[in-house]
Design a protein around this ligand. Structure first.
Ligand code: NAD
Length: 275
């Protein structure tokens, strides 16, 4: 289909009920992809699927969204979302391992309880590992169709964070460690699977105007402590991340793998910001 950037592609998006995941679902569908949306919050995830189906099921290239309840820290539930994509749409081209948490009780090394540490690693690290593992198995089996430019392999995008690359004196030790693990894991996976046509990259968002961060920054003091460091003077929007994820999902990024794509509003380049 001329003009579309993901025609006939099939994508799985975790954390599809909110923020970056929801915006990605809408963007991928607008570019011709069928999507399986997974979230621990089925109601929110179904809402995203309804939005996609209302807008794009009658498009020139009609697409479909399916919502599934999934806790990404449970391997059988992650296996099920990938299997559903293959059963329903015949293949898996894009895996966006995006679900993550930032727990309100996550603090510095001394104050963070072990159960908060374990929960954060289970969702943010193990969840990404499971997503990669099952996506790789499915992508290896993709049927080839030259007429639609569909081939074996695919694109895996894992959501990390700018905090994996920069130190913050506003600690969230379990979260920061988990996102560092995502970067290291993604880089290694990219090397191991490069010659199978499976590209693996990481997205490193800056601080965003989504429930994840806004629930964490629940006082004006906490908000302003961050805002002063943002070169644009504002938090990012989820759709600004989705546009970068779309690029990594398409063949436009065919020579990009093992990359940490920073979409941080210039935060990582800043020393003193403008008044
Ligand atoms: P969000 O809170 O808007 O959305 C996250 C979604 O993940 C929610 O719908 C939630 O229900 C789902 N989720 C939580 N735990 C889950 C689990 N165990 N299994 C399946 N789904 C689960 O947050 P967002 O800002 O869109 O965050 C998406 C990703 O971006 C996360 O990995 C987050 O760490 C990362 N990130 C966010 C920011 C930010 O400032 N918001 C910055 C850097 C990185």
């Amino acid at each position: 289909m001329p003009g579309l950037r993901l025609p006939h592609r099939v994508a799985v998006i975790t954390g599809g009920g909110s923020g970056i995941g929801r915006e990605c679902a809408l963007l991928f569908a607008s570019e011709g992809a069928n999507v399986v949306l997974a979230d621990i919050n089925l109601e929110a995830c179904q809402k995203t699927a309804d939005m996609v189906n209302e807008r794009f099921s009658k498009a020139e290239l009609p697409v479909k969204a399916i919502a599934m309840k999934c806790d990404v820290s449970k391997e059988d539930e992650v296996a099920a979302i990938v299997q559903r994509a293959v059963d329903e749409f015949g293949r898996l081209d894009v895996m966006f391992n995006n679900a993550g948490i930032m727990h309100p009780a996550d603090d510095n090394a001394l104050n963070t309880e072990e159960k908060i540490w374990d929960l954060t690693q289970a969702i943010n690290v193990k969840g990404v590992w499971y997503g990669c593992k099952h996506a790789i198995v499915a992508m290896r089996k993709n049927p080839t169709d030259d007429s639609k430019n569909l081939h074996v392999g695919g694109s895996i995008i894992n959501t990390a964070s700018f905090v994996a690359l920069r130190g913050a004196a506003t600690p969230q030790i379990a979260y920061t460690a988990s996102k560092g693990a995502v970067l290291a894991m993604s880089r290694e996976l990219a090397m191991v699977h490069a010659r199978e046509g499976i590209r693996v990259n990481s997205l490193c968002p800056g601080p965003l105007q989504t429930p994840l961060l806004m629930d964490f920054l629940n006082t004006p003091e906490k908000l302003n402590r961050r805002l002063t460091h943002l070169p644009l003077g504002r938090f990012g929007e989820a759709v600004e991340q989705a546009k970068a994820v779309l690029f990594l999902a398409t063949d436009e990024s065919s020579y990009i793998l093992g990359h940490d794509l920073l979409v941080d509003g210039g935060l990582s380049a800043a020393y003193v910001t403008a008044e």
